[in-house]
Design a protein around this ligand. Structure first.
Ligand code: ADP
Length: 260
């Protein structure tokens, strides 16, 4: 039995085709989220990679920021529920998920059986989200995907004192003009995102084990700084950016099982 999870984010569209609630047989990830053609294109690519047609899918579930504008799914489910389901599938002992996406950051606490217990979210300010990293990467003219590895070359991480993205932008430009090295600046930028999100995590109360989800999970400098700031290891999966889509597909499988 195949179920399909679609996560339409603010920045990217992700899909997962799941076989029997566990095996990933198709994936897609396209830049462009709500309001773009990416969700439909991502659906087509995921089906293609799975070698399936839409009528072979038993249930389709949509989640993410753009979920309410998507027609064509049997179920529409919140990101919080889907990230919880996806993270729990990969890390069965995880109790805290730190999700940093393109436009917001969330800290989600799970029960031992993987259900969402509570959460805190920052969706008011770009600092502490992928957007902050995207803006800084563009100023420094480096790909956002390379920020983690460039940061590893830092010798004296820069202090980024502004908590506002717009002020931090001027601060980075002036530090650059003063000769601060790019790896040092990037280490400071990644550290600043981590400390914002760590403050959110501390407010809700971190419980072990901790994992990251969302696109920023791929940035090892943010992961390491977050781990240091919260004082716990942070688990990482190569498919962390797909946890919402994975949880959506898993939700579809659970619903079909409830019916049978
Ligand atoms: P959303 O669901 O809100 O659309 P995602 O969870 O897909 O967002 O995360 C998008 C963000 O992830 C981007 O803004 C970018 O900063 C970051 N990102 C995406 N790919 C990578 C990568 N390979 N390495 C580091 N950061 C990445």
């Amino acid at each position: 039995m195949y179920t399909f999870g679609i996560d339409i984010g603010s920045t990217t569209s992700k899909c997962i085709v799941l076989k029997d609630g566990y095996g990933i047989v198709g994936t897609s990830l396209l830049v462009g989220g709500i309001g773009t053609k990416s969700p439909e294109a991502a659906v087509a690519i995921a089906l293609q990679t799975a070698g399936l047609t839409r009528d072979q899918i038993a249930a389709t579930v949509v989640t993410g920021y753009g979920r309410n504008r998507y027609q064509g799914a049997e179920y529409t489910v919140s990101e919080l529920t889907c990230h919880a389901l996806g993270a729990h599938l990969i890390f069965p002992d995880v109790r805290t998920i730190v999700d940093i996406g393109g436009q917001d950051a969330k800290v989600i606490l799970l029960s031992a059986d993987g259900r969402m217990q509570s959460f805190l979210m920052n969706d008011k300010c770009a600092a502490g989200t992928g957007r902050f990293l995207d803006v800084m990467a563009s100023i420094l003219q480096v790909p956002v995907e390379e920020m983690g590895s460039i940061s590893a070359r830092a010798t004296a991480p820069a202090a980024i004192s502004s908590t506002c993205t717009v002020f931090a932008e001027s601060e980075v430009i002036s530090q650059l003009a003063n000769g601060v090295e790019i790896p040092d600046l990037i280490a400071g930028i990644c550290g600043s995102v981590a400390s914002r999100v760590a403050a959110l995590a501390k407010r809700i109360g971190v419980q072990q084990q901790v994992c990251m989800s969302g696109g920023v999970a791929q940035n090892e400098a943010v992961r390491n700084a977050l781990s240091q700031a919260i004082g716990h290891p942070v688990l990482f999966s190569e498919i962390a950016q797909y946890f919402g889509a994975l949880g959506a597909a898993r939700y579809g499988w659970q619903k079909l099982n409830e019916k049978s």
